[in-house]
Design a protein around this ligand. Structure first.
Ligand SMILES: O=P(O)(O)OC[C@H]1O[C@@H](O)[C@H](O)[C@@H](O)[C@@H]1O
Length: 318
């Protein structure tokens, strides 16, 4: 990372920095010491640290952070207007491979999305190049914010400024850092139907009490609840994911064999990550001219001694 620019607004906890490739990053800090870093290349959240400075997102040791224009493996990337490789566009859509700009005065959000938080507002507008491969005009507003307690919140607002309706799929492709994938369980997806990407997207019903990992997993869970918990027993940490407007959840771990075919995950990388993506995939979102869609995801990391019940008063969602 290159030089750090001065604080650029009166929000003391937001700094703009620039790396050696000229890519700008927004650095958010909470008053209690948590932080998050967002690259304006892709609107990609490349780091989220708790109050103790521990990194909560996985980033591959071989991640091509500086290898512009390649998306870094890890963090949270924005998949739009396509998720995965099931459409005509590049894998996970083009939004994560575009330069976003900072928007100083976006259309207002609910006051609770600003109060006490450090945040940055990014904007992506369809370019002539995008329109050649996806002939639709849109405005995509992304707010990334950090609460006083260090919760990470992403709010996406996608507006159709076309003359005609368009449809898209969407995901917050989220690489969580875990101690050892064999020690991880995911709660909240039991009994749900899922599309198995490893079986040609065939639909199955989840039979287990919780999702655990002992081989490659690549699934889209459908119509999931608002809260999903990812428990890391060894690290005694639980991530709670709360989402709105995002009915589906992608769960992915490539395991050993697939990892070996991937250039940028590192030999043991798969052991230390799990992707749990808040998403809208099964049913495309369709917007008519002038309509706007909002998809919100909040991530909280708490010691596992906390109850994972979202109604636990110690678990503060904002
Ligand atoms: O390489 P990326 O963009 O991080 O995506 C990796 C994986 O992401 C998952 O969400 C998909 O379901 C997988 O099929 C895909 O391979």
């Amino acid at each position: 990372m290159g030089h750090s620019a001065a604080v650029w607004s009166d929000r003391a906890s937001l700094e703009l920095t620039e790396d050696s490739n000229g890519i700008k990053h927004a650095l958010l800090r909470s008053p209690r010491g948590a932080s998050a870093r967002v690259s304006l290349y892709g609107g990609h959240v490349v780091s989220w640290k708790n109050n103790r400075g521990e990194e909560l997102l996985f980033t591959s040791s071989k991640a091509a952070l500086n290898n512009h224009p390649k998306t870094m493996r890890g963090g949270i990337s924005i998949c739009f207007p396509q998720v995965g490789n099931s459409g005509l566009l590049e894998q996970q859509g083009f939004a994560r491979n575009k330069n976003w700009t900072i928007e100083e005065n976006p259309p207002p959000l609910h006051p609770k999305d600003s109060l006490g938080k450090s945040f940055v507002d990014l904007l992506l507008r369809s370019s002539e190049e995008d329109i050649k491969c996806w002939p639709n005009c849109f405005e995509f507003r992304l707010r990334v914010s950090l609460s006083v307690d260090g919760n990470l919140v992403l709010i996406s607002r996608i507006r159709n400024i076309n003359g005609k309706p368009f449809s898209f799929s969407f995901a917050y492709h989220t690489y969580l850092s875990v101690s050892d994938i064999s020690e991880v369980r995911i709660e909240g997806l039991e009994t749900l139907e899922y599309l198995d990407n490893l079986c040609g997207r065939e639909c199955f019903t989840e039979q287990c009490d919780a999702i655990t990992f002992e081989s490659e997993v690549d699934r889209v869970y459908l119509n999931s609840p608002k809260y999903i918990a990812v428990l890391d027993h060894e690290r005694k940490r639980t991530y709670v994911l709360r989402k709105d407007g995002l009915p589906d959840v992608v769960v992915w771990n490539p395991w050993e064999k697939k990892s070996k075919t991937m250039a940028d995950i590192g030999d043991d990388g798969y052991k230390h990550m799990v992707c749990v993506d808040g998403a809208a995939i099964e049913k495309n979102i369709t917007l008519k001219q002038g309509e706007e869609w909002t998809g919100r995801m909040e991530l909280v990391a708490v010691p596992s001694s906390f109850c994972t019940d979202p109604l636990d008063p110690r678990l503060k969602f904002l």
